[in-house]
Ligand binder design. Structure first.
Ligand code: CCH
Length: 288
């Protein structure tokens, strides 16, 4: 009789939705981390995996997951992201067919959506690469710097002012840790819910230097419980940046739309996809 040939396993939307669901379930189960969620640090992992991209040499970006290896994992900017990588490890064990590089980005997508942010359409197809693909240190932004640094770093990835401001709105989420970056505190009062509060606070509150022994950072005059990095303050001080900061402070829908578009671009920088642009997947959130 004819031999039955087993068809190769081709991952489909449903398979990735299963992984999305597994990450969402872990987020809900592990709610005693930080402010009650691994969501912010998962998003930071996806961003730091992607934000190494250099458009001139077409190197870096989320393809490769090279942060697994010492040179890149040990870069100062990636301090603390082991918590996110370890959080995703049981998911990788349960679904060994997904690459780390697709998984880390799916983690970021899941984090944004589960923290009530906009939908982030997704494509699969990243492959893991060896440590020879690690990017040099210094490709991610330095929070102590000014607007010219922000434009140099994000310009290298191919972004313009509007996208830089939209992406900065991620700081509605999470916090700074003295044992990671040296900075301390959250940017907003709801660090596990995606909102445009980061922009509202930048525009509406008065900010002063925090008096402490740590690196230069800002605190809100009223409660002294919130923080801004020097780079965050540039988003409201620079005239061109400020235009968008004011727009997003007033219009959450505009922020969500622009944030989603910019994050999709960020997460796909430098990835040679087979799945076409007009066939991205949009995952169901746990509360849909
Ligand atoms: Fe960020 N970020 N970020 N950031 N970031 C930090 C934390 C988060 C900068 C510096 C820092 C983006 C842009 C910038 C997140 C998402 C994004 C910290 C504290 C520093 C410092 C780290 C710590 O101590 O744990 C600078 C500088 C820039 C640009 O100039 C962009 C873009 C994104 C995503 C789209 C998130 C989320 C966090 C919170 C992480 C956590 O563990 O809570």
């Amino acid at each position: 009789g004819a031999e039955k040939v087993k068809a190769p396993f081709v991952a489909r939307f449903e398979n990735y939705q299963q992984i999305y669901d597994a990450i969402a379930k872990r987020l809900e189960e592990h709610d005693s981390y930080d402010d009650g969620s691994y969501g912010p640090v998962l998003l930071r992992l996806a961003w730091h995996a992607s934000g190494t991209y250099d458009k001139l040499t077409n190197t870096g970006g989320s393809n490769g997951a090279t942060m697994r290896f010492a040179p890149e994992g040990d870069h100062g900017a990636n301090s603390g992201l082991k918590a996110a990588r370890d959080f995703l490890e049981p998911v990788k064990e349960a679904f060994p067919w997904i690459t780390y590089s697709d998984l880390w980005i799916l983690g970021g997508v899941c984090a944004i959506q589960e923290m009530q942010g906009p939908k982030i359409p997704y494509r699969a197809g990243r492959s893991d690469r060896d440590l020879s693909f690690c990017t040099p240190d210094g490709r991610l932004p330095d929070a102590s710097k000014d607007r010219s640094h922000i434009r140099a770093i994000f310009g290298r990835m191919g972004f313009g002012d509007r996208e830089m401001v939209a992406l900065s709105g991620a700081h509605a989420l999470g916090r700074c840790h003295t044992d990671r970056s040296g900075y301390t505190g959250p940017w907003t009062f709801s660090p596990t819910t995606m909102t445009n509060d980061y922009f509202k606070l930048l525009v509406e509150e008065k900010w002063q230097y925090k008096k402490w022994n740590g690196p230069k950072q800002f605190e809100d005059v009223k409660t002294k419980t919130l923080m801004m990095l020097p780079t965050d303050m540039e988003i409201v001080k620079d005239k061109s940046f400020r235009k968008y900061t004011e727009l997003y402070a007033k219009d959450n829908d505009a922020f969500f739309k622009d944030f989603s578009d910019a994050v999709v671009t960020l997460f796909e920088l430098g990835v040679p996809f087979v799945q076409p642009e007009d066939q991205r997947w949009t995952f169901k959130s746990s509360f849909d």
